[in-house]
Ligand binder design. Sequence first.
Ligand SMILES: [Mn+2]
Length: 328
Amino acid sequence: MTSKCLEVITQKIEKNNNIAIFFHETPDLDALGCAYAMKFFLQNKWPNKNIKIVGLDNLDSFFFNDLFFIDRTYVPNSFLTNSFGIIFDTSNSARVWSQRHNFCHELARIDHHPHTEVFADYEWIDPKYPATCQMIAEWLLSWDPKCVTPPVCNYLYAGIITDTNRMLYDSVLPSTYCIVSKLYELGCNRSKIHNIVYQKSINYALFSAKVLNLAKFDEKLGFAWVKIPKNLFTKYKIVGRMSMVHVLNNLKGIKIWLAFYYDEVAKKWKGSLRSKSLPINQIAIKYHGGGHILAAGFTIDKHHEFKTINKDIKKYLNSNIQKYKNTY
Ligand SMILES: [Mn+2]
């Protein structure tokens, strides 16, 4: 598991009194799980160090579920210039939520997305891992298991089960089960996390049904897509903007699926792209985005891009139709 680079990152954390933690925009439980697990772990280990998660001051409250305590205190740049920074679960510099990571005198990055950009001094990147939280769990357990307390286990467990879709994705490794077993043994509260992560409001269930109803399907090519109207979130009292692409998951015959949604914070249309087996991250990169081979996201810069993207995907599916004909 460990690399030379990780040893250096560990030493840097040991030496620095101020640690600044960063995560990606529209954070998921993997990103926030790592951030909070790291903060709690380091506080357990060094109660006198200053450990701050950067960007919580202006994060939509939608992203904080009952798992995360909200500390809205702004972390000033003067703190960052005296800090060692660690960025979690973020594939490119433009996706760091606060955009203030470069104030840190040195930066580390730990991530499981394909390596497309170097933007930290020390990078531990391994796309074989299904979740950054698994990387962090292995690291912290080998570093000091005494400091992996039940709250740390809860954060790491939440990141792992969400990024693996409850261990359903092919990306799950034999070691993922070992780590989850270890976290459970150390006091992770499974039912608490499951209730927080998987219970949904009636409004949300109705909203999901509406999104599915608006989707368009090209069954011949195996393409499904939906453009969620800007006002639909408000109409169903849905706080926060998410892609809702998961509504199109697991449809028989659909190879690639896509959801366009308007991000009120970024004031931009965004796209969330998923695929069963054909790599799609190169499409996301073409449209100012990035991500995993089978799950990626992008931003729409010009209005005509909606059509161009759909056309691009259909062309791509068409040219691969023979190769993937019998995949499912
Ligand atoms: Mn992740």
